[in-house]
Write a protein that binds this ligand. Structure first.
Ligand code: SF4
Length: 260
């Protein structure tokens, strides 16, 4: 028996399935000594499947949606794996029959990458430092300071791209729908949905305060509470903590918020 982690995935024909396939190939390419993709379909050819399993240490099975075809196939054959994940439930709903977005691909990559680290018992980023860029939005009313109210009530979001060696301003997004609408209650699900749509493509949201909607927002974004007044100080604080932020991003929907 070898010590590579074998990945079995369902290759589903929806955006989560496509993202799973791409993420698995990328992770194999990045870690050829530790990881290998196994043939899920070989499950019905016993001699071939034994051959596939012969060189592996641990195994993970990834289904793209809650139909769980891969899991049912393994159960039918009476074969177990060390870890199992079902991506659509981890992410919310991504069962549309279309190619994946870049954003979804990054999220799925993060989820699978985390599982690989657990199985291998090591940090795959150890020698690579930070590799992923991420988009981070700061809630503000005046473009200089973080807004005083809950971040979802900010007039604008100033969006920056953080990478390993730089942080650059990308754009200002107007929080159009709730601008000046005092009648909207904190914690209103409609408000959370509107905030999410303004923040499309964003990975991390930074503000001085979050309301009850933080529970919904955390499923889509890393939420960072910053005890700073100015955006520039908040940027510096977030940049210093970018590795921890990236960790939370890759945790997916079960992440907690972070305070800086
Ligand atoms: S688990 Fe879902 S995405 Fe994967 S093969 Fe089955 S139906 Fe398709």
């Amino acid at each position: 028996m070898g010590d590579k982690v074998l990945i079995f995935s369902c290759d589903g024909g929806n955006e989560a399935g496509v993202a799973v396939s791409k993420a698995c190939i990328r992770i194999w390419e990045e870690n050829p000594d530790d990881i290998k993709i196994g043939c899920l379909s070989a499950l019905i050819v016993p001699w071939k499947f034994n051959e596939v399993m012969k060189d592996s240490g641990k195994s993970i099975l990834i289904d793209a949606c809650d139909v769980q075809c891969g899991k049912k196939l393994f159960e039918r054959e009476g074969i177990s794996v060390d870890r199992y994940i079902e991506v659509s439930s981890s992410l919310g709903h991504n069962k549309e029959k279309k190619l994946n977005s870049e954003q979804l691909e990054k999220k799925v990559y993060g989820i699978i990458h985390k599982e690989m680290e657990i199985l291998l018992g090591k940090n795959l980023f150890q020698d690579k430092k930070i590799q992923e860029d991420f988009l981070i939005a700061f809630g503000t009313d005046d473009g200089k300071n973080l807004n005083d109210d809950h971040v979802g009530m900010a007039k604008y979001f100033y969006v920056y791209r953080f990478s390993d060696n730089k942080k650059e301003f990308i754009e200002r997004r107007e929080n159009v729908r709730f601008k000046g609408d005092e009648s909207v209650k904190h914690g209103d699900p409609e408000k959370a949905r509107a905030t999410s749509s303004v923040l499309e493509g964003i990975d991390v949201v930074v503000g001085r305060k979050f309301g009850p909607n933080i529970i919904r927002l955390l499923k889509e974004f890393v939420c960072v509470v910053v005890r700073k007044d100015s955006i520039s100080n908040a940027i510096e604080a977030a940049y210093r903590s970018r590795e921890k932020i990236l960790d939370l991003k890759n945790k997916g929907r079960d992440r907690k918020h972070m305070v800086l």
